[in-house]
Design a protein. Sequence first.
Length: 166
Amino acid sequence: TGEVLWRDRHPYTNSWAAPTFAAGKLLVFRGNSAAPKGKEGGGIWCHDARTGKLLWRKSRPVPTGQYAFSASLVVHDNTVLACWHVGKDVLEAAAYRLADGETVWTRRYPQVLPAEGTGEVHVSQGCLGGGVWYCSISRTGRSGKVVKEQGQGGATLALDPKDGTR
């Protein structure tokens, strides 16, 4: 009928990622968008897909304006896999239990991009294939084009979804 079944707001966030559906849950991944001091910005929201009820939320304190999400979350073996840029040259990834959002593992990967450089950093949650989780990171210029200067492009990580080993 086109009738709105439910809606929810995620204030102080931005994202270009589509939600992910798994086991009756709708997972939404959002980046920070200049949250006022004391207010939470980006993170992961897990809603009951039928009712919209918030089941759990994971806050992600990351540098405002320095990253964006450009792909949906990946779900593997009842865990939600997520990665984000935490500043300078570091990417962080984690796995959360789909049922309740409890942390299964978290890891940091330094020196993925050069610490210097300009432009917004985009992280793609990637895909799962052959038992490997692939996620990518790239730096774009102000025009939105990928920066092609030496050392400022992007990288793809191949991670074990069970524990995050590279």
